[in-house]
Ligand binder design. Structure first.
Ligand SMILES: [Zn+2]
Length: 343
């Protein structure tokens, strides 16, 4: 068998095309893996096993969720389970590790005061993300996917950039929002998709995905519908994920629509009674195929132990970079905190 020579990190041609292979996934999954001894979650493994894994795959997925009201039929952990359930099967396939999720997130103004929604201030949330990144770097995981399951995509990139500006280390730090990876999978029926209504929140779309990924945490017998409303003509302001490509992002305004406790105290914005797991399976498979391709392409571009070229990413001295990129606790290694604390 001919062996393909792996390109050196940073030397790969930039014209490579993204290829996404289709895989067969178990949907709905047979339960979750957060308490499973299967080698998936960082916190669940004997440390010796983590060190063995780091020799084969040093990519870690950090699931970033929320605790948020999603209607009487849905669990408040919905945004977290959406991404952990998908990441679990992908991690098993590609051999990367998952961190136990961040269960509390950042929220837009219109979520404020909603019972069941735990609102973390932006600074605290960003600080937590940076602390997780620093800690996993220091453990030897220097390629990270911050896999986000909640409407906080406008906050997470700030954490990545603050981390990068402070530490200036040559790692791979990616924020992936599940709904952005597969925008065509949220189409309404008039555009050839499976849904009657566009994706908003705890609605037909999100509930369909939840029923497909963790039906055991849902109870559709108490599902309710609400009518989304705003004071501007429809067409200016986008909805969840900005998937409709409207001029103003969903988080790019305050004052054009009511807050949740006033207009949608039920916790759902849209038609959750129209949810059906069958509508979601194709989109979920497409997302998991994409996440698989992303993990494989990161490890292809930067095989285990390899990082992006420091001389093209940072002006820190080669000595400083050498020390913080060494295997933890080996001779000459320094912790990432040696570059500065607090951050
Ligand atoms: Zn949600």
């Amino acid at each position: 068998m001919a062996t393909k020579k792996k390109p050196a990190a940073g030397k790969a041609p930039v014209t490579r095309k993204l290829t996404i292979k289709k895989h067969k996934w178990e949907l709905p999954p047979k339960g979750g893996k957060m308490e499973s001894p299967d080698p998936i979650y960082f916190q669940n493994m004997p440390y010796a096993r983590i060190e063995e894994r780091l020799k084969k795959n040093d990519l870690i997925i950090l699931p970033i969720g929320s605790t948020e009201a999603h209607g009487p039929n849905a669990c408040p952990g919905e945004d977290t389970f959406l991404v952990t359930r998908m990441a679990e099967q992908v991690a098993q396939k590609v051999g990367c590790t998952i961190a136990q999720p961040l269960w509390y997130g950042s929220h837009p103004f219109h979520h404020m005061g909603m019972p069941g929604t735990i609102l973390v201030p932006e600074e605290t949330f960003i600080g937590m993300l940076k602390a997780m990144m620093a800690g996993f770097w220091n453990t030897g995981f220097r390629k990270m996917i911050l896999l986000n399951g909640h409407g906080q995509e406008y906050v997470i990139p700030t954490a990545i950039h603050q981390f990068a500006k402070h530490f200036q280390v040559p790692g791979v730090f990616i924020n992936l929002n599940w709904y952005h990876a597969i925008p065509d999978e949220f189409n309404t029926k008039d555009k050839g998709g499976p849904y009657d209504t566009p994706f908003i929140h705890a609605d037909e779309v999100e509930t369909s995905w939840s029923l497909a990924l963790f039906p055991e945490f849902m109870d559709q017998s108490v599902a309710v519908d609400t009518v989304p409303r705003g004071w501007m003509p429809d067409g200016h302001i986008d909805k969840a994920g900005n998937l409709l490509r409207r001029p103003i992002a969903w988080y790019g305004q305050v004052g054009c629509g009511p807050v949740e406790i006033s207009a949608y105290p039920e916790g759902c914005v849209g038609k959750s009674t129209k949810a059906d797991p069958e509508k979601a399976y194709k989109g979920i498979s497409a997302f998991m195929d994409y996440l698989t391709a992303l993990c494989e392409d990161i490890m292809e571009a930067f095989p285990v132990g390899k990082l992006p070229p420091a001389d093209q990413l940072t002006q820190r001295s080669p000595e400083e970079i050498k020390a913080v990129t060494k295997k933890p606790l080996t001779k000459g290694w320094k912790s990432i905190y040696s570059l500065g604390y607090p951050f």
